[in-house]
Design a protein around this ligand. Structure first.
Ligand code: C2E
Ligand code: MG
Ligand code: MG
Length: 581
Protein backbone atom coordinates (compact mmCIF):
# COMPACT_ATOMS: atom_id res chain seq x y z
CA UNK A 1 0.00 0.00 0.00
CA UNK A 2 2.88 2.36 0.73
CA UNK A 3 4.40 1.37 -2.60
CA UNK A 4 3.19 4.32 -4.61
CA UNK A 5 3.79 6.74 -1.82
CA UNK A 6 5.69 9.81 -2.87
CA UNK A 7 6.13 8.60 -6.41
CA UNK A 8 5.55 11.11 -9.14
CA UNK A 9 2.66 9.99 -11.31
CA UNK A 10 3.35 10.61 -14.96
CA UNK A 11 0.67 12.48 -16.93
CA UNK A 12 1.49 12.72 -20.62
CA UNK A 13 4.91 14.09 -19.95
CA UNK A 14 3.78 16.72 -17.48
CA UNK A 15 4.45 15.80 -13.95
CA UNK A 16 1.26 15.28 -12.01
CA UNK A 17 2.89 17.39 -9.34
CA UNK A 18 3.02 20.32 -11.78
CA UNK A 19 -0.70 20.01 -12.40
CA UNK A 20 -1.43 19.79 -8.72
CA UNK A 21 0.64 22.78 -7.82
CA UNK A 22 -1.02 24.87 -10.54
CA UNK A 23 -4.43 24.46 -8.90
CA UNK A 24 -5.66 27.09 -6.45
CA UNK A 25 -7.45 24.55 -4.27
CA UNK A 26 -5.95 22.00 -1.99
CA UNK A 27 -5.63 18.82 -4.02
CA UNK A 28 -5.01 15.44 -2.52
CA UNK A 29 -4.54 12.31 -4.57
CA UNK A 30 -5.68 9.12 -2.91
CA UNK A 31 -5.33 5.53 -4.07
CA UNK A 32 -8.10 2.97 -3.83
CA UNK A 33 -6.93 1.99 -0.37
CA UNK A 34 -7.53 5.50 0.79
CA UNK A 35 -3.89 6.38 1.15
CA UNK A 36 -2.60 9.80 0.24
CA UNK A 37 -0.19 9.47 -2.64
CA UNK A 38 0.14 13.08 -3.65
CA UNK A 39 -0.75 16.55 -2.46
CA UNK A 40 0.00 20.15 -3.30
CA UNK A 41 1.24 23.14 -1.35
CA UNK A 42 -2.24 24.60 -0.68
CA UNK A 43 -3.03 21.33 1.10
CA UNK A 44 -0.05 21.84 3.39
CA UNK A 45 -1.18 25.36 4.13
CA UNK A 46 -4.78 24.42 4.62
CA UNK A 47 -4.19 21.54 6.97
CA UNK A 48 -0.98 22.76 8.56
CA UNK A 49 1.07 19.66 7.71
CA UNK A 50 4.37 19.30 6.02
CA UNK A 51 4.04 17.29 2.87
CA UNK A 52 6.09 14.42 4.24
CA UNK A 53 3.78 14.10 7.20
CA UNK A 54 0.82 13.29 4.96
CA UNK A 55 2.21 11.20 2.18
CA UNK A 56 1.43 7.54 2.81
CA UNK A 57 -1.07 8.39 5.53
CA UNK A 58 -4.73 7.45 5.23
CA UNK A 59 -6.93 10.24 3.93
CA UNK A 60 -8.91 10.01 7.20
CA UNK A 61 -6.02 11.85 8.83
CA UNK A 62 -7.61 14.98 7.41
CA UNK A 63 -11.08 14.09 8.70
CA UNK A 64 -12.31 14.72 12.25
CA UNK A 65 -12.52 11.59 14.33
CA UNK A 66 -16.30 11.50 14.51
CA UNK A 67 -16.64 11.44 10.72
CA UNK A 68 -13.95 8.91 10.03
CA UNK A 69 -16.06 5.76 9.98
CA UNK A 70 -18.67 7.33 7.75
CA UNK A 71 -15.98 8.68 5.56
CA UNK A 72 -14.39 5.28 5.11
CA UNK A 73 -17.71 3.73 4.04
CA UNK A 74 -18.37 6.56 1.66
CA UNK A 75 -14.96 6.30 0.15
CA UNK A 76 -15.31 2.56 -0.44
CA UNK A 77 -18.70 3.10 -2.04
CA UNK A 78 -17.23 5.82 -4.15
CA UNK A 79 -14.49 3.60 -5.45
CA UNK A 80 -16.94 0.87 -6.32
CA UNK A 81 -19.14 3.37 -8.00
CA UNK A 82 -16.37 5.06 -9.85
CA UNK A 83 -17.36 4.03 -13.30
CA UNK A 84 -20.95 5.02 -13.02
CA UNK A 85 -20.26 8.30 -11.24
CA UNK A 86 -17.05 9.52 -12.76
CA UNK A 87 -17.15 12.89 -11.09
CA UNK A 88 -19.06 14.51 -8.32
CA UNK A 89 -19.11 16.78 -5.37
CA UNK A 90 -19.33 15.20 -1.99
CA UNK A 91 -21.63 16.67 0.60
CA UNK A 92 -20.16 19.34 2.77
CA UNK A 93 -17.74 17.92 5.28
CA UNK A 94 -15.32 19.03 7.90
CA UNK A 95 -11.58 19.06 7.60
CA UNK A 96 -9.22 18.46 10.50
CA UNK A 97 -6.06 20.52 10.80
CA UNK A 98 -2.90 19.24 12.37
CA UNK A 99 -3.52 21.48 15.34
CA UNK A 100 -6.84 19.73 15.92
CA UNK A 101 -9.11 22.55 14.76
CA UNK A 102 -11.94 21.79 12.38
CA UNK A 103 -13.26 23.78 9.49
CA UNK A 104 -16.00 23.27 6.94
CA UNK A 105 -14.86 22.02 3.56
CA UNK A 106 -16.37 21.18 0.27
CA UNK A 107 -14.74 18.33 -1.58
CA UNK A 108 -15.01 17.45 -5.24
CA UNK A 109 -13.70 14.12 -6.28
CA UNK A 110 -12.38 13.21 -9.71
CA UNK A 111 -11.34 9.73 -10.75
CA UNK A 112 -7.99 9.28 -12.35
CA UNK A 113 -7.04 6.05 -14.04
CA UNK A 114 -3.32 5.36 -13.93
CA UNK A 115 -1.06 2.52 -14.71
CA UNK A 116 -0.67 1.94 -11.03
CA UNK A 117 -4.45 1.60 -10.57
CA UNK A 118 -7.38 3.93 -10.04
CA UNK A 119 -6.74 7.06 -8.09
CA UNK A 120 -9.00 9.79 -6.87
CA UNK A 121 -8.18 13.45 -6.83
CA UNK A 122 -9.90 15.27 -4.04
CA UNK A 123 -10.15 19.01 -4.45
CA UNK A 124 -10.71 20.41 -0.99
CA UNK A 125 -11.99 23.93 -0.51
CA UNK A 126 -12.14 25.71 2.80
CA UNK A 127 -15.64 27.16 2.94
CA UNK A 128 -15.45 28.79 6.40
CA UNK A 129 -15.86 32.24 4.93
CA UNK A 130 -18.81 31.22 2.82
CA UNK A 131 -20.43 29.50 5.79
CA UNK A 132 -19.96 32.59 7.87
CA UNK A 133 -21.52 34.71 5.16
CA UNK A 134 -24.43 32.34 4.82
CA UNK A 135 -25.02 32.28 8.56
CA UNK A 136 -24.82 36.01 8.61
CA UNK A 137 -27.25 36.38 5.73
CA UNK A 138 -29.58 33.94 7.40
CA UNK A 139 -29.31 35.84 10.62
CA UNK A 140 -29.91 39.15 8.89
CA UNK A 141 -32.94 37.82 7.11
CA UNK A 142 -34.38 36.48 10.34
CA UNK A 143 -33.71 39.78 12.03
CA UNK A 144 -35.41 41.66 9.24
CA UNK A 145 -38.46 39.42 9.32
CA UNK A 146 -38.59 39.63 13.08
CA UNK A 147 -38.28 43.37 13.22
CA UNK A 148 -40.96 43.73 10.54
CA UNK A 149 -43.26 41.63 12.70
CA UNK A 150 -42.34 43.50 15.82
CA UNK A 151 -42.89 46.84 14.23
CA UNK A 152 -46.21 45.67 12.81
CA UNK A 153 -47.21 44.62 16.30
CA UNK A 154 -45.57 47.65 17.82
CA UNK A 155 -47.65 50.00 15.79
CA UNK A 156 -51.01 48.89 17.04
CA UNK A 157 -52.30 49.21 20.56
CA UNK A 158 -52.99 45.71 21.84
CA UNK A 159 -56.20 46.54 23.71
CA UNK A 160 -58.06 48.73 21.23
CA UNK A 161 -56.33 47.88 17.96
CA UNK A 162 -55.87 51.61 17.41
CA UNK A 163 -52.57 53.00 16.12
CA UNK A 164 -50.18 53.51 19.00
CA UNK A 165 -47.83 56.42 19.54
CA UNK A 166 -45.25 55.12 17.07
CA UNK A 167 -47.72 54.90 14.25
CA UNK A 168 -49.30 58.20 15.25
CA UNK A 169 -45.87 59.76 15.03
CA UNK A 170 -45.44 58.54 11.48
CA UNK A 171 -48.89 59.63 10.42
CA UNK A 172 -48.53 62.99 12.10
CA UNK A 173 -45.16 63.59 10.47
CA UNK A 174 -46.68 62.72 7.10
CA UNK A 175 -49.69 64.95 7.72
CA UNK A 176 -47.38 67.82 8.72
CA UNK A 177 -45.42 67.48 5.47
CA UNK A 178 -48.63 67.45 3.48
CA UNK A 179 -50.08 70.42 5.41
CA UNK A 180 -46.86 72.29 4.79
CA UNK A 181 -46.92 71.55 1.06
CA UNK A 182 -50.55 72.48 0.60
CA UNK A 183 -50.55 75.33 3.06
CA UNK A 184 -53.36 74.10 5.30
CA UNK A 185 -53.66 73.51 9.04
CA UNK A 186 -54.05 70.34 11.03
CA UNK A 187 -55.13 69.71 14.62
CA UNK A 188 -53.85 67.41 17.33
CA UNK A 189 -56.39 66.62 20.05
CA UNK A 190 -55.10 65.12 23.29
CA UNK A 191 -57.94 63.40 25.11
CA UNK A 192 -57.98 62.03 28.63
CA UNK A 193 -60.94 60.21 30.13
CA UNK A 194 -61.90 62.00 33.34
CA UNK A 195 -61.66 60.03 36.56
CA UNK A 196 -60.93 56.85 34.65
CA UNK A 197 -58.84 55.72 37.58
CA UNK A 198 -61.93 55.69 39.78
CA UNK A 199 -63.67 53.32 37.39
CA UNK A 200 -60.61 51.11 37.22
CA UNK A 201 -60.11 51.14 40.96
CA UNK A 202 -63.69 50.59 41.94
CA UNK A 203 -64.98 48.29 39.21
CA UNK A 204 -61.77 46.51 38.30
CA UNK A 205 -59.40 46.49 35.36
CA UNK A 206 -61.55 44.24 33.20
CA UNK A 207 -64.39 46.77 33.32
CA UNK A 208 -61.88 49.58 32.79
CA UNK A 209 -60.55 47.83 29.69
CA UNK A 210 -64.03 47.34 28.23
CA UNK A 211 -64.73 51.00 28.85
CA UNK A 212 -61.57 52.02 27.00
CA UNK A 213 -62.56 49.81 24.07
CA UNK A 214 -65.95 51.46 23.99
CA UNK A 215 -64.36 54.91 24.11
CA UNK A 216 -62.01 53.91 21.28
CA UNK A 217 -64.95 52.81 19.12
CA UNK A 218 -66.80 56.06 19.76
CA UNK A 219 -63.74 58.14 18.91
CA UNK A 220 -63.15 56.29 15.67
CA UNK A 221 -66.76 56.84 14.66
CA UNK A 222 -66.35 60.60 15.21
CA UNK A 223 -63.60 61.21 12.68
CA UNK A 224 -63.15 60.70 8.95
CA UNK A 225 -60.99 58.09 7.25
CA UNK A 226 -58.16 60.50 6.67
CA UNK A 227 -57.91 61.26 10.40
CA UNK A 228 -56.15 59.10 12.97
CA UNK A 229 -57.33 58.07 16.41
CA UNK A 230 -54.48 56.65 18.46
CA UNK A 231 -54.08 55.44 21.98
CA UNK A 232 -51.15 56.80 23.92
CA UNK A 233 -51.59 54.35 26.75
CA UNK A 234 -53.77 54.35 29.84
CA UNK A 235 -56.84 56.47 29.29
CA UNK A 236 -55.09 58.86 26.93
CA UNK A 237 -55.96 59.13 23.25
CA UNK A 238 -54.54 61.41 20.58
CA UNK A 239 -56.65 62.32 17.59
CA UNK A 240 -55.10 63.75 14.46
CA UNK A 241 -57.40 65.83 12.28
CA UNK A 242 -55.20 65.91 9.21
CA UNK A 243 -56.86 68.83 7.50
CA UNK A 244 -58.79 71.64 9.16
CA UNK A 245 -60.03 74.91 7.73
CA UNK A 246 -60.41 76.97 10.90
CA UNK A 247 -60.88 76.81 14.64
CA UNK A 248 -64.63 76.55 14.32
CA UNK A 249 -64.00 73.27 12.50
CA UNK A 250 -61.87 71.98 15.32
CA UNK A 251 -64.24 73.26 17.97
CA UNK A 252 -67.07 71.36 16.29
CA UNK A 253 -65.02 68.17 16.16
CA UNK A 254 -63.96 68.46 19.82
CA UNK A 255 -67.53 69.07 20.97
CA UNK A 256 -68.71 66.08 18.95
CA UNK A 257 -66.01 63.89 20.46
CA UNK A 258 -66.83 64.94 24.02
CA UNK A 259 -70.52 64.29 23.40
CA UNK A 260 -69.72 60.86 21.99
CA UNK A 261 -67.57 59.90 24.98
CA UNK A 262 -70.08 61.30 27.45
CA UNK A 263 -73.11 59.31 26.36
CA UNK A 264 -73.45 56.19 28.54
CA UNK A 265 -71.26 53.18 27.83
CA UNK A 266 -72.70 49.74 28.19
CA UNK A 267 -70.21 47.41 29.81
CA UNK A 268 -71.76 44.03 30.56
CA UNK A 269 -74.87 44.81 32.52
CA UNK A 270 -73.60 48.20 33.63
CA UNK A 271 -74.07 51.64 32.24
CA UNK A 272 -71.02 53.78 32.79
CA UNK A 273 -70.95 57.54 32.55
CA UNK A 274 -67.65 59.23 31.93
CA UNK A 275 -66.57 62.58 30.62
CA UNK A 276 -63.41 63.62 28.83
CA UNK A 277 -60.99 66.53 28.78
CA UNK A 278 -59.35 67.56 25.53
CA UNK A 279 -56.39 69.79 24.77
CA UNK A 280 -55.88 71.02 21.22
CA UNK A 281 -52.75 72.12 19.37
CA UNK A 282 -52.88 73.41 15.80
CA UNK A 283 -50.16 73.12 13.18
CA UNK A 284 -48.33 75.32 12.36
CA UNK A 285 -49.23 77.92 15.02
CA UNK A 286 -48.69 75.70 18.08
CA UNK A 287 -45.74 73.69 16.83
CA UNK A 288 -43.90 72.66 13.69
CA UNK A 289 -43.19 69.02 14.54
CA UNK A 290 -45.09 66.11 15.98
CA UNK A 291 -43.43 66.12 19.42
CA UNK A 292 -44.17 69.79 20.03
CA UNK A 293 -47.75 69.47 18.83
CA UNK A 294 -48.47 66.46 21.04
CA UNK A 295 -46.71 68.05 24.02
CA UNK A 296 -48.66 71.28 23.68
CA UNK A 297 -51.96 69.46 23.18
CA UNK A 298 -51.13 67.54 26.38
CA UNK A 299 -50.48 70.79 28.26
CA UNK A 300 -53.81 72.17 27.02
CA UNK A 301 -55.48 68.94 28.17
CA UNK A 302 -54.18 69.53 31.72
CA UNK A 303 -55.57 73.00 31.49
CA UNK A 304 -58.95 71.52 30.57
CA UNK A 305 -58.70 69.23 33.61
CA UNK A 306 -57.94 72.18 35.82
CA UNK A 307 -60.98 73.91 34.44
CA UNK A 308 -63.43 71.42 35.80
CA UNK A 309 -62.85 68.60 33.30
CA UNK A 310 -65.46 67.68 30.67
CA UNK A 311 -64.30 70.46 28.32
CA UNK A 312 -61.75 71.25 25.65
CA UNK A 313 -59.07 73.94 25.55
CA UNK A 314 -56.94 75.30 22.74
CA UNK A 315 -53.27 75.53 23.58
CA UNK A 316 -51.93 79.00 24.32
CA UNK A 317 -48.39 80.06 25.10
CA UNK A 318 -49.21 81.17 28.65
CA UNK A 319 -50.19 77.59 29.48
CA UNK A 320 -46.49 76.83 29.36
CA UNK A 321 -46.02 79.48 32.00
CA UNK A 322 -48.54 77.63 34.16
CA UNK A 323 -46.57 74.44 33.81
CA UNK A 324 -43.47 76.28 34.93
CA UNK A 325 -45.46 77.63 37.85
CA UNK A 326 -46.53 74.12 38.78
CA UNK A 327 -42.91 73.02 38.79
CA UNK A 328 -42.05 75.91 41.04
CA UNK A 329 -44.92 74.96 43.34
CA UNK A 330 -43.62 71.42 43.54
CA UNK A 331 -40.19 72.78 44.43
CA UNK A 332 -41.51 74.91 47.29
CA UNK A 333 -43.72 72.04 48.42
CA UNK A 334 -40.63 69.87 48.66
CA UNK A 335 -39.06 72.38 51.04
CA UNK A 336 -42.22 73.17 52.98
CA UNK A 337 -41.89 70.19 55.34
CA UNK A 338 -38.36 71.13 56.40
CA UNK A 339 -39.37 74.73 56.77
CA UNK A 340 -42.33 73.77 58.95
CA UNK A 341 -44.76 75.62 56.74
CA UNK A 342 -47.66 73.21 57.18
CA UNK A 343 -50.33 73.72 59.81
CA UNK A 344 -53.46 71.84 60.71
CA UNK A 345 -56.84 73.42 61.18
CA UNK A 346 -59.60 71.63 62.99
CA UNK A 347 -63.28 71.65 62.17
CA UNK A 348 -65.79 70.38 64.72
CA UNK A 349 -68.21 67.59 63.97
CA UNK A 350 -71.52 68.03 65.73
CA UNK A 351 -74.17 65.66 67.02
CA UNK A 352 -77.24 67.01 65.24
CA UNK A 353 -79.63 66.00 67.98
CA UNK A 354 -77.76 67.33 70.99
CA UNK A 355 -75.50 69.95 69.40
CA UNK A 356 -72.51 68.44 71.23
CA UNK A 357 -69.14 68.17 69.51
CA UNK A 358 -68.33 64.55 68.66
CA UNK A 359 -64.99 65.02 67.00
CA UNK A 360 -62.87 67.17 64.74
CA UNK A 361 -61.52 66.82 61.23
CA UNK A 362 -57.91 67.85 60.82
CA UNK A 363 -57.51 69.88 57.62
CA UNK A 364 -54.17 70.72 56.14
CA UNK A 365 -53.09 74.29 55.37
CA UNK A 366 -49.86 75.55 53.86
CA UNK A 367 -48.67 78.76 55.39
CA UNK A 368 -46.44 80.15 52.66
CA UNK A 369 -44.22 83.06 53.55
CA UNK A 370 -45.62 86.22 51.93
CA UNK A 371 -48.52 84.36 50.41
CA UNK A 372 -50.74 83.57 53.34
CA UNK A 373 -52.65 80.41 53.97
CA UNK A 374 -53.11 78.05 51.07
CA UNK A 375 -56.04 75.58 51.12
CA UNK A 376 -55.28 71.91 50.30
CA UNK A 377 -57.14 72.06 47.00
CA UNK A 378 -54.34 74.23 45.66
CA UNK A 379 -51.43 71.96 46.52
CA UNK A 380 -52.60 68.45 47.50
CA UNK A 381 -53.04 67.42 43.83
CA UNK A 382 -49.45 68.51 43.11
CA UNK A 383 -48.31 66.69 46.25
CA UNK A 384 -50.13 63.58 45.05
CA UNK A 385 -48.65 63.74 41.56
CA UNK A 386 -45.14 64.13 42.90
CA UNK A 387 -45.47 61.55 45.66
CA UNK A 388 -44.75 64.23 48.25
CA UNK A 389 -48.13 63.48 49.78
CA UNK A 390 -46.60 60.45 51.50
CA UNK A 391 -44.17 62.35 53.78
CA UNK A 392 -46.66 65.20 54.11
CA UNK A 393 -49.39 62.74 55.09
CA UNK A 394 -47.10 61.22 57.70
CA UNK A 395 -46.56 64.67 59.12
CA UNK A 396 -50.34 65.33 59.21
CA UNK A 397 -50.98 62.06 61.00
CA UNK A 398 -48.21 62.68 63.50
CA UNK A 399 -49.21 66.27 64.12
CA UNK A 400 -52.93 65.49 64.55
CA UNK A 401 -52.15 62.74 67.06
CA UNK A 402 -49.63 64.90 68.91
CA UNK A 403 -52.15 67.75 69.11
CA UNK A 404 -55.02 65.54 70.29
CA UNK A 405 -52.74 64.14 72.98
CA UNK A 406 -51.58 67.61 73.98
CA UNK A 407 -55.16 68.82 74.47
CA UNK A 408 -55.86 65.79 76.57
CA UNK A 409 -52.71 66.36 78.63
CA UNK A 410 -53.83 69.96 79.12
CA UNK A 411 -56.92 68.61 80.83
CA UNK A 412 -59.37 69.14 78.00
CA UNK A 413 -62.16 66.78 77.01
CA UNK A 414 -60.67 64.05 74.76
CA UNK A 415 -61.76 64.67 71.20
CA UNK A 416 -61.46 62.16 68.37
CA UNK A 417 -59.58 63.60 65.39
CA UNK A 418 -60.22 62.58 61.82
CA UNK A 419 -57.32 62.60 59.35
CA UNK A 420 -57.70 62.47 55.57
CA UNK A 421 -55.72 59.70 53.88
CA UNK A 422 -55.46 59.72 50.12
CA UNK A 423 -55.05 56.62 47.96
CA UNK A 424 -51.32 57.08 47.44
CA UNK A 425 -50.68 57.28 51.18
CA UNK A 426 -52.93 54.34 51.92
CA UNK A 427 -51.13 52.20 49.37
CA UNK A 428 -47.63 53.38 50.28
CA UNK A 429 -45.23 50.94 51.84
CA UNK A 430 -45.04 51.21 55.55
CA UNK A 431 -48.36 53.01 55.95
CA UNK A 432 -49.53 50.63 58.66
CA UNK A 433 -46.17 50.74 60.42
CA UNK A 434 -46.26 54.52 60.28
CA UNK A 435 -49.66 54.60 61.98
CA UNK A 436 -48.46 52.18 64.63
CA UNK A 437 -45.30 54.15 65.29
CA UNK A 438 -47.14 57.46 65.55
CA UNK A 439 -49.64 56.04 68.02
CA UNK A 440 -46.81 54.59 70.07
CA UNK A 441 -44.79 57.83 69.97
CA UNK A 442 -47.67 60.10 70.91
CA UNK A 443 -49.39 57.69 73.27
CA UNK A 444 -52.76 58.67 71.82
CA UNK A 445 -55.62 56.28 72.47
CA UNK A 446 -56.20 54.68 69.02
CA UNK A 447 -59.95 55.07 69.56
CA UNK A 448 -59.41 58.82 69.30
CA UNK A 449 -58.06 58.53 65.76
CA UNK A 450 -60.36 58.27 62.77
CA UNK A 451 -59.07 57.84 59.22
CA UNK A 452 -61.08 59.30 56.35
CA UNK A 453 -60.70 57.32 53.15
CA UNK A 454 -62.43 57.94 49.87
CA UNK A 455 -64.53 55.32 48.14
CA UNK A 456 -61.94 54.77 45.46
CA UNK A 457 -59.33 53.87 48.07
CA UNK A 458 -61.65 51.24 49.46
CA UNK A 459 -62.78 49.81 46.16
CA UNK A 460 -59.33 49.48 44.74
CA UNK A 461 -58.18 45.88 44.90
CA UNK A 462 -60.83 45.02 47.41
CA UNK A 463 -58.90 42.16 48.97
CA UNK A 464 -55.78 44.15 49.80
CA UNK A 465 -57.74 47.12 51.11
CA UNK A 466 -59.86 44.90 53.30
CA UNK A 467 -56.72 43.43 54.88
CA UNK A 468 -55.22 46.82 55.73
CA UNK A 469 -58.58 48.08 56.98
CA UNK A 470 -58.98 45.09 59.25
CA UNK A 471 -55.50 45.68 60.68
CA UNK A 472 -56.29 49.32 61.35
CA UNK A 473 -59.55 48.27 62.93
CA UNK A 474 -57.73 45.70 65.05
CA UNK A 475 -55.48 48.46 66.28
CA UNK A 476 -58.61 50.21 67.52
CA UNK A 477 -58.87 53.03 64.98
CA UNK A 478 -62.11 54.29 63.54
CA UNK A 479 -62.67 54.40 59.79
CA UNK A 480 -64.82 56.76 57.77
CA UNK A 481 -65.70 56.91 54.09
CA UNK A 482 -65.16 60.48 52.88
CA UNK A 483 -67.09 62.23 50.10
CA UNK A 484 -69.54 59.36 50.15
CA UNK A 485 -71.88 59.18 47.17
CA UNK A 486 -69.46 60.59 44.62
CA UNK A 487 -67.64 57.37 43.79
CA UNK A 488 -68.68 54.08 42.34
CA UNK A 489 -68.69 51.93 45.41
CA UNK A 490 -71.15 49.14 45.46
CA UNK A 491 -73.10 48.43 48.58
CA UNK A 492 -72.03 44.83 48.71
CA UNK A 493 -68.42 45.97 48.96
CA UNK A 494 -69.20 48.46 51.65
CA UNK A 495 -70.64 45.77 53.85
CA UNK A 496 -67.32 43.90 53.64
CA UNK A 497 -65.33 46.69 55.20
CA UNK A 498 -65.14 47.42 58.89
CA UNK A 499 -66.38 50.98 58.51
CA UNK A 500 -67.69 53.21 61.27
CA UNK A 501 -68.90 56.30 59.47
CA UNK A 502 -70.08 57.59 56.11
CA UNK A 503 -69.43 61.24 55.32
CA UNK A 504 -72.11 62.38 52.90
CA UNK A 505 -70.49 64.58 50.28
CA UNK A 506 -71.19 68.29 50.46
CA UNK A 507 -72.67 68.34 46.96
CA UNK A 508 -75.76 66.50 48.26
CA UNK A 509 -76.11 68.79 51.26
CA UNK A 510 -75.83 71.78 48.95
CA UNK A 511 -78.87 70.52 47.08
CA UNK A 512 -81.07 70.96 50.12
CA UNK A 513 -83.03 74.08 49.21
CA UNK A 514 -83.76 76.96 51.50
CA UNK A 515 -87.31 75.56 51.71
CA UNK A 516 -85.83 72.42 53.17
CA UNK A 517 -86.30 70.24 50.09
CA UNK A 518 -83.54 67.67 49.77
CA UNK A 519 -82.50 65.45 46.94
CA UNK A 520 -83.68 61.85 47.08
CA UNK A 521 -80.03 60.82 47.08
CA UNK A 522 -79.27 62.30 50.43
CA UNK A 523 -82.31 60.62 51.91
CA UNK A 524 -81.18 57.34 50.40
CA UNK A 525 -77.62 57.75 51.63
CA UNK A 526 -78.73 58.50 55.16
CA UNK A 527 -81.05 55.52 55.33
CA UNK A 528 -78.40 53.33 53.75
CA UNK A 529 -75.85 54.35 56.35
CA UNK A 530 -78.32 53.62 59.08
CA UNK A 531 -79.14 50.21 57.69
CA UNK A 532 -75.41 49.39 57.52
CA UNK A 533 -75.09 50.54 61.10
CA UNK A 534 -72.70 53.36 60.29
CA UNK A 535 -72.65 56.84 61.71
CA UNK A 536 -73.71 59.25 59.00
CA UNK A 537 -72.02 62.64 58.94
CA UNK A 538 -73.30 65.33 56.59
CA UNK A 539 -70.54 67.57 55.24
CA UNK A 540 -70.79 71.21 54.28
CA UNK A 541 -73.79 72.15 56.42
CA UNK A 542 -74.09 75.89 55.87
CA UNK A 543 -77.67 76.83 56.62
CA UNK A 544 -80.38 76.36 59.20
CA UNK A 545 -82.64 74.91 56.47
CA UNK A 546 -80.07 72.24 55.67
CA UNK A 547 -79.69 71.44 59.35
CA UNK A 548 -83.45 71.13 59.77
CA UNK A 549 -83.72 68.79 56.80
CA UNK A 550 -80.90 66.60 58.09
CA UNK A 551 -82.41 66.46 61.55
CA UNK A 552 -85.74 65.44 60.06
CA UNK A 553 -83.95 62.62 58.26
CA UNK A 554 -82.30 61.54 61.50
CA UNK A 555 -78.82 62.14 60.18
CA UNK A 556 -76.62 61.72 63.25
CA UNK A 557 -73.87 64.22 62.70
CA UNK A 558 -72.95 67.27 60.71
CA UNK A 559 -69.94 69.37 59.89
CA UNK A 560 -69.94 72.76 58.21
CA UNK A 561 -69.68 76.49 58.36
CA UNK A 562 -73.07 76.61 60.05
CA UNK A 563 -71.40 75.21 63.16
CA UNK A 564 -67.85 76.38 62.71
CA UNK A 565 -65.26 77.00 60.07
CA UNK A 566 -62.01 75.07 60.39
CA UNK A 567 -59.98 76.75 63.16
CA UNK A 568 -56.34 76.82 64.10
CA UNK A 569 -55.35 74.69 67.09
CA UNK A 570 -55.58 77.50 69.67
CA UNK A 571 -58.99 78.72 68.62
CA UNK A 572 -60.24 75.17 68.35
CA UNK A 573 -58.98 74.38 71.87
CA UNK A 574 -61.15 77.20 73.14
CA UNK A 575 -64.19 75.17 72.01
CA UNK A 576 -63.15 72.19 74.12
CA UNK A 577 -64.57 71.83 77.56
CA UNK A 578 -62.33 70.82 80.46
CA UNK A 579 -62.38 67.07 80.96
CA UNK A 580 -65.03 65.83 83.32
CA UNK A 581 -66.89 69.16 83.22
P1 C2E B 1 -62.76 66.92 52.78
O1 C2E B 1 -62.03 65.86 53.53
O2 C2E B 1 -64.07 66.56 52.20
O3 C2E B 1 -62.87 68.13 53.76
C1 C2E B 1 -63.97 68.95 53.88
C2 C2E B 1 -63.75 70.22 53.15
O4 C2E B 1 -64.93 70.96 53.16
C3 C2E B 1 -62.70 71.11 53.81
O5 C2E B 1 -62.06 71.82 52.77
C4 C2E B 1 -63.55 72.04 54.62
O6 C2E B 1 -62.94 73.28 54.89
C5 C2E B 1 -64.71 72.23 53.69
N1 C2E B 1 -65.91 72.63 54.39
C6 C2E B 1 -66.30 72.34 55.64
N2 C2E B 1 -67.49 72.87 55.91
C7 C2E B 1 -67.90 73.49 54.79
C8 C2E B 1 -69.09 74.24 54.44
O7 C2E B 1 -70.00 74.43 55.22
N3 C2E B 1 -69.14 74.74 53.18
C9 C2E B 1 -68.15 74.56 52.30
N4 C2E B 1 -68.28 75.07 51.09
N5 C2E B 1 -67.02 73.87 52.58
C10 C2E B 1 -66.91 73.35 53.83
P2 C2E B 1 -60.52 72.00 52.75
O8 C2E B 1 -59.97 72.16 54.10
O9 C2E B 1 -60.21 73.01 51.72
O10 C2E B 1 -60.05 70.58 52.24
C11 C2E B 1 -60.40 70.15 50.99
C12 C2E B 1 -60.01 68.72 50.79
O11 C2E B 1 -58.60 68.58 50.85
C13 C2E B 1 -60.53 67.80 51.87
O12 C2E B 1 -61.85 67.48 51.57
C14 C2E B 1 -59.61 66.65 51.74
O13 C2E B 1 -60.03 65.79 50.70
C15 C2E B 1 -58.33 67.30 51.33
N6 C2E B 1 -57.47 67.39 52.51
C16 C2E B 1 -57.52 68.26 53.55
N7 C2E B 1 -56.55 67.99 54.43
C17 C2E B 1 -55.88 66.92 53.97
C18 C2E B 1 -54.79 66.15 54.47
O14 C2E B 1 -54.22 66.38 55.54
N8 C2E B 1 -54.35 65.11 53.70
C19 C2E B 1 -54.98 64.80 52.52
N9 C2E B 1 -54.52 63.77 51.83
N10 C2E B 1 -56.01 65.50 52.03
C20 C2E B 1 -56.47 66.55 52.76
MG1 MG C 1 -62.31 64.65 54.88
MG1 MG D 1 -65.37 65.21 52.27
Amino acid sequence: MAETTGRETDLAGISARDVLEAAPDALVVVNDAGVIVQLNAPTEQLFGYERGELLGRPIETLVPLRYRAAHGVQRAAYHQDLRRRPMGASPELFGLRKDGTEFPVEISLSPLATKGGPLVIAAIRDISARKRDEAERHHLLRERLLSAEISRLARKDALTGLPNRTLLHDRLSGAIRSAHRHGHELAVLFLDVDRFKDVNDSLGHAVGDRLLESVATRLTACVSDTDTVSRQGGDEFVILLSEVRDRADVRGAAAKIIAAVTSPHRVGTRQLHVTASIGIAIYPGDGGDSETLIKNADIAMYYAKDHGRDNFQFFTEDMNARIVERHALEGSLRRALDRREFVLYYQPQIDLETGVMTGAEALLRWRRPDRGLMPPGMFVPVAEDSGLIVPIGQWVLGEACRQAREWQDAGLEPVPVAVNICAIEFRSNGFLDGVRRILADTGLDPRLLELELTESVLMESVGASAGVLRELKAMGLRLAVDDFGTGYSSLSYLTQFPIDALKVDQSFVREISSEGEGSPIITAVISMGRSLNHRVIAEGVETQAQLAFLQAQHCEEGQGFHFSRPLDADRFAALLAPAGA
